[in-house]
Design a protein around this ligand. Structure first.
Ligand code: S3P
Length: 184
């Protein structure tokens, strides 16, 4: 089984993907990083040169390819029972091209859902590499997070498991995944 980590920009997907991968001794793939390596161009440049809609097409193809790479070398029994790898999605991945339904059919989706204030505090501190928010002032960013989250929640809410409390430890995260895994 593959674990898909979803959630808004700055929600901690990459942090937890890395932590889970170390704890469980399974590979993890950061989808944005995979796309950048594969296309040999940054996410910002893809947005700039090709537009968001082209990025969303590339992203939908990439998630399937990363999934296939992770499961291809394993048996059917392992695919059903074991956690084989963790994929850290982009913030918008679940919201386009039916990706959320596809992920729910192919693995365990976990929504990392910190409070808006926490997301905002993280994003204002991080380097301005995210094209959707790079040019926003701190106040505009706060409003953007609020509006985009409202828009994206219907997709995020389809996740099979949700982490609402901030700062869960990796071992708590693993417990949550193990419990959810037994249900799906
Ligand atoms: C996006 C989030 C980014 C990246 C792209 C678009 C989004 O990923 O995929 O900039 O639409 O929320 P992170 O959530 O990893 O920052």
């Amino acid at each position: 089984m593959i674990v898909f980590l979803i959630g808004f920009m700055g929600s901690g997907k990459s942090f937890y993907a890395k932590g889970l991968s170390e704890y469980l001794h399974v590979p993890f793939v950061d989808l944005d990083q995979f796309i950048e390596e594969e296309q040999a161009i940054s996410i910002s440049e893809i947005f700039e040169k090709m537009g968001e809609s082209a990025f969303r097409t590339i992203e939908s193809i990439a998630i399937k390819q990363v999934y296939k790479d992770l499961v291809d070398r394993t048996t059917e029994t392992q695919q059903k029972n074991d956690i084989l790898g963790v994929i850290s999605c982009g913030g918008g991945t679940p919201c386009f091209n039916g990706n959320m339904d596809w992920m729910n059919e192919h693995g365990l989706t976990v929504w990392i859902n910190p409070a808006e204030e926490i997301i905002w505090e993280r994003l204002i501190k991080e380097p301005k590499t995210r094209p959707l928010v790079a040019s926003l002032t701190e106040d505009a960013l706060k409003e953007f997070i609020h509006q985009k989250l409202l828009e994206r929640k219907p997709y995020y809410e389809k996740a099979q498991s949700v982490i609402n409390q901030p700062d869960v430890t990796i071992s708590e995260f693993v417990n949550i995944i193990q419990n959810a895994k037994n249900l799906f």
